[in-house]
Design a protein around this ligand. Sequence first.
Ligand code: BTN
Length: 247
Amino acid sequence: MPRNYKIKWFDELESTNNEAASGSGYDNLSVIAAVGQTRGKGQRGNTWSSEPGMNLTFSAVYRFPEGDFPAGRQFCVSEAVACGIVGYLKRSGISAMIKWPNDIYVGDRKICGVLIENRVRNGSLTCSICGIGLNVCQTAWDQSIPNPTSVSLECGCAPGDLKQQLPLLLEDIDGYMSVLPSDHKELSALYRSLLYRRDAPHAYRDCTTGETFRGIIRDVTEKGTLLVEDGEGALREYAFKEISYIL
Ligand code: BTN
């Protein structure tokens, strides 16, 4: 039985993540969606650009009672959101993979970006703001945007009305979110099975040293770090921002 998300649409916001984090007191399962964002936030301090009215840009708010969700397991939220998005795309006939930690790729093109902002108190996760930018109808981007794609481009169809699609996407995400933090084993296995570039040699940059190397993604740890086997067969462990993919 799907839980009851409360979706609030805005014509324009600076960033749905910022609105969700504002003093407005959005409670558990609130969803802030915007037709357009003026300063959408991406990962690594980047901006997220999305043509107004063409894509889904929204943030879902999850609140957890203090003591329920150990902070050490917060990566499960990334897993749940990413697996939910992949599931939603699958129902549209699109086979997507997860580029660690939570970009969603179709082949070598990015269809969706996720920015999760967590609040931790006394060792437990108390709030997670899950910001999602899914390219739906957009078919052209500024040249500065690396390798984008969209639902329209991938399935050659015109997806239904964005406002009707959002509850369907939330339902897929909630299938995984609603069982956290207790039931995470199956989810973690699914996440790992969907990892982009897993078990195949590719080029990476170690951002801590600047070194470019060929490596093989082997696994992701429970805390969410990436394990990459290097040319000498050694396993290197990377936190977010410590490694970049060379595409
Ligand atoms: C990335 O860099 O891949 C993450 C992009 C996340 C974009 C979404 S759009 C809705 C939400 N609000 C924001 O300001 N950012 C996220």
